[in-house]
Design a protein around this ligand. Sequence first.
Ligand SMILES: [Zn+2]
Length: 323
Amino acid sequence: MTRKVYDDIFKIDVALPNNPLKSLNVYVIRGEEKSLVIDTGFNQKECIDDLFRGLEELNIDIGDTELFITHLHSDHSGMAHIFHEAGARIYAGEIDGRLINYMASESHWARYEEEIISFDLARDKVTISEHPGFKYRLRQAVDFTYVKEGKGIQVGKYFFEVIDIHGHTPGQVGLYERNHKLFFAGDHVLDSITPNIAYWGGDENILAVYLNNLAKIYSFEIDYLFPAHRNIIRDHTRRINELVLHHRERLDEILQILGEGESTVRDLARKMKWSIRAKDWNDFPLAQKWFAASEAMAHLEHLYHSGLVERNLIHEKLYFNLK
Ligand SMILES: [Zn+2]
């Protein structure tokens, strides 16, 4: 389905089959020579069909577009190669752009093999082949035009400012239109579902970064916040307050679980409450076990950096304790 959501701005629903996210909101801003497309959908037939049907309804040829990728996740970037082949300019933040190209190679995924062990997921027989990021990744590198905060993109009557909103991924970027108070937020702020905050390796406290970048856009004047999934948001401060509270509750829940004794990442994730239609941990699809463990790890790292928990690596496996 394609519908107009603002003057010269359209939303194409791209279905994400067998994915709890259900669908991706692809936004198209009609310009004079080039129209700007924001995000793509998976590199998978159903998504490609939906996107092209939408562009056709809008009478826009892919060769007359530019693509803006908010972040590296394959539901947002999976079709970048199709735009690349059509000669479209592709904007992305530098960190995520480089990671997208790196993820196209097998070597990127070696880190995840280590995570299976350090997170204690080997017990659940989780393998890399279940990871949607691996399954639906781009298979070839594309050329990006890297953008960062301070850069502007003019499309028709709109002037978009690139805003650094990393946290959900290491390099997510959004677009802010100050005059009309519009914000294209990728997966930074979503209504009715909470953006996954994952561990990305290294020592950056990614949850703290995410919370800081929520605080940053809290003060922006925004009339329409256009998220990449679910409903368009008219009261972003309400939703940001809810998201901040959610993560505070998560941190408290983890401290409480660690109060019962030392835990691996997997065991902690198993004891946490998740809003997923599964009876218990054994019933979790393998990909969801991975996301849950990675989300638990991002929160554990936040507690570690805050000096509240201890982290020990024993025989390649991580153990966390209350300090
Ligand atoms: Zn995402």
